[in-house]
Write a protein that binds this ligand. Structure first.
Ligand code: ADP
Ligand code: MG
Ligand code: MG
Length: 196
């Protein structure tokens, strides 16, 4: 099997390293409004993906992403694990069906919504992902970051209807959703890496 594409891997590594770097920040945030495992979960998944580079199939981007989705499914716990695995797997399927990256990402976001049953405004990672996917139609990653940041900031004013923070009632008010914040962090790292 061919080695993974180096350009794709640079992006994967940037996302993984960004998540590893903010482990404590996401832990603190998920401790405020959740059960405190988000930072550890995402950092563990990111380490596992980085360590598995040579196991992945580099035939095409879709093949590599399918391998990454399998690693995420195996190593990331909580609610984020299955949802991120679905995001990456559906993105891979859309790329294999020769959609562009922005279209493929949008389909990946649809998979998160289908699996988790949440909608925009439910105070979940979708409040970052959906605006980001919409903004990415222009093809400019920096626009997607701005949209994700805005959607995430708005979660501070939303009472959760999904996930653990829904148990808190209005105690989550004033704090952004940790899963949405995580999306902003990795997307911003990706945009910085891809900046011309
Ligand atoms: P858990 O609550 O199981 O510990 P994690 O800590 O892994 O989950 O992830 C928490 C994040 O998951 C939340 O901040 C939110 O962004 C996201 N989330 C929770 N429920 C859903 C859902 N139904 N759909 C999409 N995202 C969700
Ligand atoms: Mg949690
Ligand atoms: Mg948990």
């Amino acid at each position: 099997k061919p080695a993974v594409d180096e350009s794709l891997w640079r992006s994967v590594a940037v996302v993984c390293n960004a998540l590893i770097a903010v482990e404590q920040q996401l832990t603190d945030l998920d401790q405020l409004v959740g059960d405190g495992d988000l930072g550890i979960s995402l950092a563990r998944g990111a380490q596992a993906v980085l360590a598995a580079k040579s196991d992945y199939d580099g035939t095409d981007h879709a093949s590599t992403l399918r391998g990454i989705a399998a690693t995420i499914r195996r190593t990331v716990g909580g609610t984020s694990g299955p949802l991120y695995a679905a995001l990456v797997l559906r993105t891979a399927a859309a790329l294999a069906a020769s959609h562009s990256w922005p279209e493929a990402f949008e389909q990946g976001v649809d998979a998160v919504a289908e699996l988790g049953g949440a909608e925009l405004g439910d105070r979940t990672m979708l409040d970052a992902l959906i605006p980001a996917a919409a903004a990415l139609r222009t093809g400019v990653l920096a626009d997607a970051v701005v949209a994700a940041r805005k959607g995430t900031d708005e979660t501070a004013g939303i009472q959760a209807r999904r996930g653990r923070s829904s148990y808190l009632g209005d105690r989550a008010l004033g704090t952004v959703d940790p899963g949405a914040e995580a999306v902003v962090i990795w997307l911003d790292a990706l945009a910085t890496e891809k900046a011309p």
